[in-house]
Design a protein around this ligand. Structure first.
Ligand SMILES: *Cc1c(COP(=O)(O)O)cnc(C)c1O
Length: 375
């Protein structure tokens, strides 16, 4: 049997272990220490825009703390891109709030500015002003940040930017993860860089960052004993994980280039196959880290989606359908939805291909051979 080619696996370099060793040497095996401070500084320097970063236990925890700090509570409405991973939407439910799902635009596959405004107008007409808008840069592709921010500003609704999959991507030269009132990054094991598991909340001010750390460490008030006036969470990143992150920051740009090369490899293959469309940057304004390379298999393709998946599977090559939209999920049944079901079409036609930065040329050629064999 051929060795497995994974969709996206962790890709560890040489220095991560040195930062982890340093934590052991200094007995900083906890949620504070030099690695956390160093990793947060790395992230702030990388993102720019004078942002302040708080490292947390996951990207989902980061979205949760963004909603907490925006005052999202029981029966509040929060707009969320429907075409996404459940981590974007679940924290709305944690807060007892109500998601309002909005569908995508065909250029970026991310939340459509026109449907967003429709949704806002409808909710305002019903006397329910949405408390926040969760936008996502799916698969690394930047959303239409300019137009979306314009709509959000027009109605004065804060943006929570889910950049879990798009660390290193940029829109008009500005890094994804810097467009929101709060923005989140994920360092889960399958993302472009990893801390084994982890995330970060990107904040506008030092005060917001400190408040985030306060909530992430059980909301302890200033007192000699444990005094609490707010409900807190145990969401801080471990100093061990942060050490992995510091090492990974040294190879982030390399990882982005490698993933972009993988995307280019696929682009060349599918150029000559009728009916197969690979996701691409809509214009020079969009720079994707191509976390995952994705294709749509149309009716006139030489193979069906099932045939494609079966052939890959038989050769121990992992593929995955695109995200099933949240408004189609059983757990989110009955919540409001605005759009034209584009995300449903993407889900039905789309496949994610192996895209890791550690995929070898040999692996890519194996994939190419399988694709050619079913054409
Ligand atoms: C991975 C991911 C998250 C959640 O990040 P975790 O660190 O796994 O909690 C949220 N949104 C999107 C779009 C993701 O891909």
């Amino acid at each position: 049997m051929n060795t497995k080619i994974a969709l996206s696996s962790s890709h560890i370099s040489t220095n991560e272990i040195n930062f982890v060793r340093d934590a052991f040497a200094k007995n900083q095996v906890t949620t504070s220490g030099d690695n956390i401070i160093g990793f947060e500084k790395n992230l702030e320097d990388y993102l720019g825009q004078d942002k302040k970063v708080a490292c947390l236990s996951s990207g989902t925890a980061a979205i949760h703390l963004a909603l907490v700090q925006l005052g999202v509570g029981l029966n509040d409405e929060v707009i969320c891109q429907t075409f996404t991973f459940c981590g974007s939407a679940n924290p709305i439910i944690y807060q007892g709030a109500l998601p309002v799902f909005v569908d995508s635009d065909p250029d970026t596959w991310n939340i459509c500015p026109i449907h967003l405004e429709e949704a806002i107008k409808d909710r305002l007409a019903n006397g329910k002003k949405p408390k926040a808008i969760i936008i996502v840069h799916l698969y690394g592709m930047p959303c239409k940040a300019g137009q979306l921010i314009e709509v959000a500003n027009k109605y004065q609704i804060p943006i929570v930017e889910d950049a879990a999959e798009s660390f290193g991507s940029s829109y008009k030269g500005r890094k994804c993860g810097t467009f929101g009132t709060y923005s989140i990054i994920s360092f889960n094991g399958n993302k472009i860089i990893t801390t084994s598991g982890g995330g970060a909340l990107v904040c506008n001010t030092k005060e917001d960052k400190n408040q985030t750390i306060f909530y992430a460490t059980q909301a302890r008030d200033r007192a000699p004993h444990y005094e609490h006036s707010k409900i807190g969470y145990n969401y801080r990143m471990s100093n061990i994980s942060a050490g992995i992150g510091r090492g990974q920051m040294q190879v982030l740009d390399k990882h982005i280039n490698l993933r972009r090369n993988v995307n280019e490899f696929y682009t060349k293959i599918f150029k000559s196959i009728k009916g197969v469309e690979i996701q691409k940057e809509p214009s020079k304004d969009y720079y994707s880290n191509f976390w995952l390379s994705c294709i749509l298999i149309h009716e006139d393709a030489p193979f069906t989606k099932a045939q494609f998946q079966d052939a890959m599977h038989a050769n121990n090559i992992e593929t995955r359908p695109l995200w099933k939209p949240m408004h189609m999920q059983k757990v989110f049944k009955g919540f409001l939805y605005f759009g034209d079901q584009l995300s449903q079409t993407l889900f039905e036609k789309g496949i994610c291909l192996p895209s890791g930065s550690n995929i070898s040329l040999e692996d890519l050629n194996r994939i190419k051979t399988v694709i050619k064999s079913i054409c």
